[in-house]
Design a protein around this ligand. Structure first.
Ligand code: NAD
Length: 505
């Protein structure tokens, strides 16, 4: 275990190696605590109102130049960023662990995800293509072209402190946009490190307009400044549904684009034919991994009556024995909660669950280094899908319910106000296909025989209903970062009008 001084020294050394000036994390009014021990490891400056305006205006100026740089050349910048991330993977991964409290394997995984999206975006920089469309008019050609959009604002949550930026920034940069990032106030250090790595890549690239990628440290008021500024054409906001409810109407009022990645309340259905060994591993990772602090964390488990008594004792045993502790240690599977507010929310949910008829196993505080908040994940047997089950508590709580028919289980899955991720464990192809069909799960992600968490960047990521409807990362998500123009070109010498309309002068 690390003692007090060591953690801040370690943090300073990591930041220094990644090129962050010490003044950026040793002065300022915002203390940054590591959830590992709860000690303050750095202090940072918050951006003021004038800083926000300056950064956004500089980003807009940068956009005006960057949009004319050929897309494959823009891809070269992202390729260099990927190289910097590869070189810094172990340092940045450890810093994610120190700042967000996730295990080192998950911290490194998060950086790997950044590298993956960079690789993806480099390829994409040669594939930003539109359609050619049949036209009813002779000697005409109709097509779609895609153009850079403008300044993209990125607001991110504490639990994926760097990957979410990269999902947005790698795509936005190859699409010809500039990016202004407001990271979570709980995780500014990893953002400063990523910005320093970006600047290294930019120096190697050469002629980069200043202001192309900026980070603004601060709380919700900095996010609000980004959301309100008319130069910001798209805001990609990741966080709670409560945050989305404030942000979305402001963007709608000024007709800016919103890409919302909000709360989830993800479920898995375990059918009679399920492979229980695989189900156990899938459910355990999805529910307990990252101490239940993933947007895709498994929070509701629906188990068929016929296998409930076979699965539950095994799940309870896994919960009772899972290794909890310092997330930097190799055999730790569960690290700390982010802060005391999270702990209070978990306690509140467990009290409510008990009052609503639930039987709680686990959930108690366990010893860990320093003042870090370490809890045994809670498994809660519920008599039905009560109010507490339908609310997202961002902590390691898994509600377990029985069901007797697949239709009932799908209805339970879809009853949640959020619609991010879902999965089914079954060896019956009819059940699997029904779950993935139009009458199945209503979520943005519907998996078969894997848990709801742990997505790859190749697919579009996001969810429906109170999750916000946004899609990031792979597939055709890049289109959100560009504007589409439909071009009709007449290469003939007459002017036929569409729909047979006549207008002779
Ligand atoms: P949060 O909503 O408290 O904060 C997220 C970000 O929004 C922070 O940067 C915060 O400063 C900013 N913010 C808050 N209010 C704002 C406002 N009015 N205007 C502009 N910005 C504002 O969320 P959190 O506690 O950091 O993260 C946990 C939540 O995020 C959970 O609900 C989780 O499900 C969700 N999440 C969703 C996804 C997804 O992809 N759907 C991914 C990660 C986390």
């Amino acid at each position: 275990m690390s003692g007090g001084a060591r953690l801040s020294d370690e943090t300073a050394a990591l930041l220094g190696r990644m090129g962050v000036e010490s003044a950026a994390f040793s002065h300022g009014d915002r203390p940054v605590a590591s959830p590992i021990t709860s000690e303050i490891v750095a202090t940072v400056h918050d951006a003021g109102e004038a800083d926000c305006v300056r950064a956004i205006e500089a980003a807009h100026q940068a956009f005006l130049t960057w949009r004319a740089v050929p897309a494959p050349r823009r891809g070269e910048l992202v390729r260099l960023l990927g190289e910097e991330l590869r070189a810094a993977k172990s340092d940045l991964g450890l810093l994610v662990t120190i700042e967000a409290g996730k295990t080192l394997s998950e911290g490194l995984g998060e950086v790997q995800e950044m590298i993956d999206i960079c690789d993806y975006a480099v390829g994409l920089s040669r594939q930003l293509f539109g359609l050619t469309i049949a036209t009813e008019r002779p000697d005409h050609r109709m097509m779609e072209t895609w153009h850079p959009l403008g300044v993209v604002g990125v607001i991110s949550a504490f639990n994926f402190p760097v990957a979410v930026w990269s999902w947005n920034a790698a795509l936005a940069l190859v699409c010809g946009d500039a990016v202004v990032w407001k990271p979570s106030e709980k995780t500014p250090l990893t953002a400063l490190a990523v910005q320093a790595l970006f600047e290294r890549a930019a120096r190697r690239f050469g002629d980069i307009p200043t202001g192309l990628s900026k980070v603004l440290i601060g709380g919700r008021e900095v996010g609000e400044a980004l959301v309100a500024n008319p130069l910001v054409r798209l805001v990609s906001a990741t966080g709670s549904t409560a945050m989305g409810r404030v942000v979305a109407p402001v963007l709608a009022a000024r007709f800016a684009r919103a890409l919302l990645e909000l709360g989830g309340n993800n479920a898995a259905i375990v059918c009679p034919s399920a492979d229980l060994d695989l189900t156990l591993r899938g459910a355990a990772f999805s529910a307990m991994g990252t101490a239940g602090q993933r947007c895709t964390t498994l929070r509701r488990l629906f188990v068929h009556d016929s296998i409930y008594d076979a699965l539950l004792p095994r799940l309870k045993a896994a919960y009772a024995s899972v290794r909890i502790g310092d997330p930097r240690e190799a055999d730790t599977l569960i690290g700390p909660l982010i802060d005391a507010a999270s702990h209070a929310a978990m306690d509140r949910a467990l009290t409510d669950a008990t009052a609503q008829g639930g039987r709680v196993h686990g959930g108690e505080r366990v010893a860990g280094p320093g003042e870090g908040i370490y809890l045994r994940p809670a498994l809660v047997e519920m008599p039905g899908q009560t109010a507490v089950v339908l609310r997202e508590t961002f902590a390691p709580i898994l509600y377990v319910l029985r069901f007797s028919s697949l239709d009932e289980a799908i209805a339970l899955n879809n009853d949640a106000p959020q619609g991010l991720s879902s999965s089914i464990f079954t060896n019956d192809v009819r059940e699997a296909e029904r779950f993935c069909s139009a009458v199945g799960s209503d979520c943005g992600i519907a998996n078969v025989n894997i848990g709801p968490s742990g997505a790859e960047i190749g697919g579009a990521f996001g969810g429906e209903k109170e999750t916000g409807g946004g899609r990031e990362a792979g597939s055709d998500s890049w289109r959100a970062y560009m504007r589409r123009a439909t071009n009709t070109v007449n290469y003939g010498s007459s002017l036929p009008l569409a729909q047979g309309v006549r207008f002779e002068i």
